[in-house]
Design a protein around this ligand. Structure first.
Ligand SMILES: Nc1ncnc2c1ncn2[C@@H]1O[C@H](COP(=O)(O)OP(=O)(O)OP(=O)(O)O)[C@@H](O)[C@H]1O
Ligand SMILES: [Zn+2]
Length: 843
């Protein structure tokens, strides 16, 4: 039988029961009668009244009058549906929803919102948008959830879905303005999809906790202001009768009519102020004050420098409106990239736009922040700094200053890419090669990649800058996706430092197999610099748990034959395991290359170095900079300031000191063990070593004095060390890209890590093995799946960790396959799944 739909106007009472129905087409007016409506064929979704009639009819959009005798307050006018002639009445695909005038004569588009409920379980439900409530995507809303109230974020708005139950309505809006801009919403959805992360988690990254929970609020202070200043006569009386009140009034008058209560004397004057208020002479006002995280610092305005030729060319390309590709600014250390960023940001501001500047980790790059703050010192209020050390209150303030347009420049680490700026004019990613841009907890997004995507959505330029670009970005310039700009010389016309590579195998022979911390050469050089009153940086790239075997006499390192990365020593199994493919081998007692029995695990840390240096140079003033010594807030900033003021001669540090530091008096940089970063089970080890050596070396000789760098290594022939020594990025990139291509590593493929964690070792392993089986079934051709193996960090925080590697030339195929498999294979309650798309770390 063929059914036809009749457009009907339905009246419901407050309980949503149908009290009347009205056909909207004259021709079928007869069907307005409930009797003629085949109610057995009704679809009554919450808001969807869909009546089916046996007679053909023509829909009309004419407004029908409400039945005169129906009390208006009991009526809720719903919308109606029109379907075209159809043989299958359940097919609603081609349903058109028309908006009908309500009893109040206003248009009432019936729409629903898809709401992501706050909370750990990532619930998403549809809610009706009450008439007149200005709900848009990104709004925060209060909604009913079961029998309590809850809060959530609107992900989407659209026509109500077809449901077999009744949709409930949004109770109220939390913020009048959507806290997440539409571009950010789009970005959030992309991240959830690509990194296979729950959208709720992504939302947490987009909206800081303090902003989401509306418990935090603006900080206010009490201000006393003159209301009716007494005449001279009263004033004179007051001076005698209540001298305190007299003083307050005089103070207020002389300072322009108002003062903070605190400045007037706080509690000690409160009773006097109270009397003044009572007599209506003054009033008390609450004034919002900003919690300024840098309130204790002063920034002197710095003027733009005249650019050299290369810098000027770079700025021209960056600010060229025709330029649509992401830009990779490859400038050698000290080439003046920061000056280019500063002027590019100024350009965006001049055009009335806003800017985001990402830096690897704010507490590690205080100098960069200071330079931005100084340049824009005149507009201090328009600069917002976002970083992990902010208190909840500070974060709340900064965030709202950005959202309401007061702050136009946002400087921050990775998550600042989600700053809710509108009208973006430029995004800058400084030190784009840094790993810290990758978030190591879900959602495991890469800040640099998200920056490129956001710039694309917002149609604004994005500049990725580095002295040692990541091979991913560099390859993008080779393939034409990105635009490459180079700064080839130091801005102040200084020469690049001389890099000497010291063969520690020889040193080991001298020391009879013991691992020396200071070579004779480095020690002699340090002595000379200290005598000259120059400063020294000693660098030790210490990596904790993944340890490779290295033979001190010959420098040999045991590697996997399939993956060309060092094998990792697993103490419990007494075995060497490859962390890319799972290959295992026994631990050799003798060096497979030279037969020496001295083969051993590497290892000493910064603390040990400090001890040694103290013995060798007891008169030198030194400071150690690593995660242990720099726990205190501002500790790094203070130590670096001391170093700058030359109250410290030697700094001993880890990666923390590799970045963006500019100390003209540093003439010697010692890299104590370049191999530590080189022989880790990671195909990027070479790239990282090259980057670190180049960056650390770049700290030397940044002033009038020539710089010297000494690199101690057991593998002096390694390409990362040799190319770094010759300041040859292109040469390095060329041979490294060849290696990556050969073994199909990024940037030629996407790598991802799938892991399980559990307090029950077997369950962690089984769950992953099960996933492995399922992934292998119906696996798209481009995906390679590695074996299940214990993580290099086999147990952490009481949890056993297993992992497997996935590789694919198609990112989409990879994340979609994983997404599908994970969705179909929920893990046991006591096992956590970890998925790291485009992983940078293999632990
Ligand atoms: N056009 C210029 N004229 C003179 N000095 C300049 C110019 N541009 C930059 N400088 C100075 O050169 C020094 C190095 O510049 P800057 O720190 O910006 O380089 P960088 O490329 O960001 O370095 P790095 O990558 O090592 O952090 C700074 O002291 C800076 O003030
Ligand atoms: Zn292998």
């Amino acid at each position: 039988m063929v059914f036809f739909a009749v457009p009907v106007l339905v009246y419901t009472d407050s309980d949503q029961e149908i009290v009347a129905a009205d056909a909207l087409s004259e021709k079928t007016a007869a069907s307005a009668d409930m009797d003629t409506v085949d109610t057995s064929r009704c679809f009554i979704g919450d808001e969807m009244y869909f009546y089916v009639c046996k007679k053909p009819c023509t829909p009309s959009t004419e407004k029908t009058d409400l039945p005169a005798n129906t009390p208006e307050h009991r009526l809720t006018v719903r919308y109606f549906l029109i379907t075209r002639e159809t043989t299958n009445h359940t097919n609603l695909d081609e349903t058109i929803i028309l908006h009908l005038p309500t009893p109040h004569g206003k248009l009432a588009p019936v729409q629903s919102a898809r709401v992501l409920i706050d909370g750990p379980s990532e619930l998403v439900f549809d809610y009706l948008i009450p008439e007149g409530m200005p709900v848009v995507t990104g709004c925060r809303v209060r909604i009913p959830l079961r029998n309590r109230d809850s809060t959530g974020t609107v992900l989407d708005i659209g026509e109500p879905p077809q449901t077999s139950f009744r949709l409930r309505a949004i109770s109220s809006l939390i913020d009048p303005e959507p806290l997440i801009t539409p571009h950010l919403m789009k970005l959030g959805k992309w991240i959830a999809d690509y990194y296979v992360a729950p959208l709720e988690m992504v939302m947490r990254s987009l909206l800081p906790e303090s902003v989401r929970q509306d418990t935090h609020s603006e900080k206010t202070r009490k201000v006393v202001a003159i209301k009716n200043f007494p005449n001279d006569e009263t004033l004179a009386k007051l001076a005698k009768r209540a001298p305190k009140q007299h003083i307050i009034l005089t103070l207020l008058k002389s300072s322009g009519g108002q003062m903070a209560l605190k400045d007037l004397g706080g509690g000690s004057v409160s009773s006097s102020v109270k009397s003044l208020v009572k007599n209506d002479y003054v009033e008390m006002i609450s004034e919002a004050v900003r919690r300024d995280p840098d309130a204790d610092q002063e920034f002197l305005e710095s003027k733009p420098l005249p650019l050299n030729e290369e810098q000027a060319e770079a700025l021209k390309i960056i600010t060229d409106p025709e330029q649509t590709k992401p830009i990779l600014l490859h400038g050698v250390t000290g080439s003046g990239k920061t000056e280019v960023y500063l002027q590019a940001v100024q350009h965006a501001l001049d055009e009335g736009k806003t800017a985001i500047v990402l830096i690897p980790e704010i507490s590690l790059t205080p100098q960069t922040v200071q330079r931005f703050k100084s340049r824009f010192a005149a507009m201090q209020d328009q600069v917002a700094v976002l970083h992990s050390h902010l208190s909840q209150g500070e974060r709340f303030d900064e965030w709202h200053r950005i959202r309401n347009g007061q702050a136009r420049i946002v400087i921050g680490a990775r998550s600042a890419i989600f700053a809710p700026l509108t009208n973006l004019g430029i995004i800058i990613v400084d030190e784009e090669h840094e790993n810290t841009y990758k978030q190591e907890t879900a959602p495991r997004y890469h800040g640099r990649d998200i920056a490129v995507l956001r710039a694309h959505f917002e149609k604004c330029p994005v500049v990725l800058g580095s002295a040692t670009p990541s091979l991913e970005s560099f390859q993008n310039t080779q393939s034409g996706k990105y635009q490459l700009i180079r700064l080839t010389a130091r801005a102040d016309a200084q020469t690049m430092p001389i890099i000497r590579v010291l063969d520690m195998r020889i040193e080991a022979q001298k020391q009879k197999g013991r691992i020396a911390i200071l070579s004779d050469r480095l020690r002699a050089s340090m002595e000379k610099k200290l005598e000259n009153g120059e400063q020294i940086i000693l660098f030790l790239n210490r990596r904790g748990f993944a340890r490779s075997l290295q033979c001190p006499p010959c420098g040999h390192v045991c590697e996997c034959q399939h993956c060309a990365i060092p094998l990792t020593y697993h103490r419990t199994e007494e075995r060497l395991i490859c962390h890319m493919c799972g290959y295992q081998s026994i631990t050799p007692r003798k060096c497979p290359s030279c037969g020496d029995e001295a083969i051993r695990l590497q290892g000493y840390g910064t603390q040990k170095v400090e001890e040694v240096i103290q013995k060798v140079f007891p008169q030198a003033r030194m400071a150690r900079i690593d995660a242990d010594t720099m726990r205190r807030k501002n500790a790094l900033r203070d130590t670096l300031n001391k170093f700058k003021a030359h109250k410290i001669d030697i700094i001993i540090g880890t990666q923390m000191i590799a970045k963006g530091l500019h100390f003209p008096n540093v003439t010697l940089v010692g890299i104590l063990n370049a191999d530590l970063g080189l022989h880790v089970p990671d195909f990027r080890a070479g790239e990282r070593t090259f980057q670190l050596l180049t960056q650390v070396a770049g700290r030397a000789g940044r002033g009038e004095l020539e710089g010297e760098v000494i690199v101690q290594t057991f593998t002096p022939h390694s390409p990362s060390i040799q190319y770094a020594r010759h300041h040859d990025f292109d040469g390095y990139a060329e041979q490294e890209l060849q290696f990556r291509n050969q073994f199909l590593y990024p940037p030629f493929a996407h790598c991802a890590l799938l892991g399980t964690r559990s307090t029950h070792e077997r369950r962690a392993e089984f769950t992953l093995e099960n996933l492995h089986k399922r992934l292998s079934k119906d696996c798209p051709g481009q995906i390679e799946i590695g074996e299940v193996m214990p993580s290099p960090l086999a147990k952490a925080h009481g949890q056993f960790r297993y992992q497997l590697m996935l590789k694919s030339t198609s990112a989409r195929a990879l994340h979609q396959h994983v997404q599908r498999t994970l969705a179909a294979t929920p893990p046991p309650d006591d096992v956590t799944i970890v998925f790291d798309m485009d992983c940078l770390s293999f632990f």
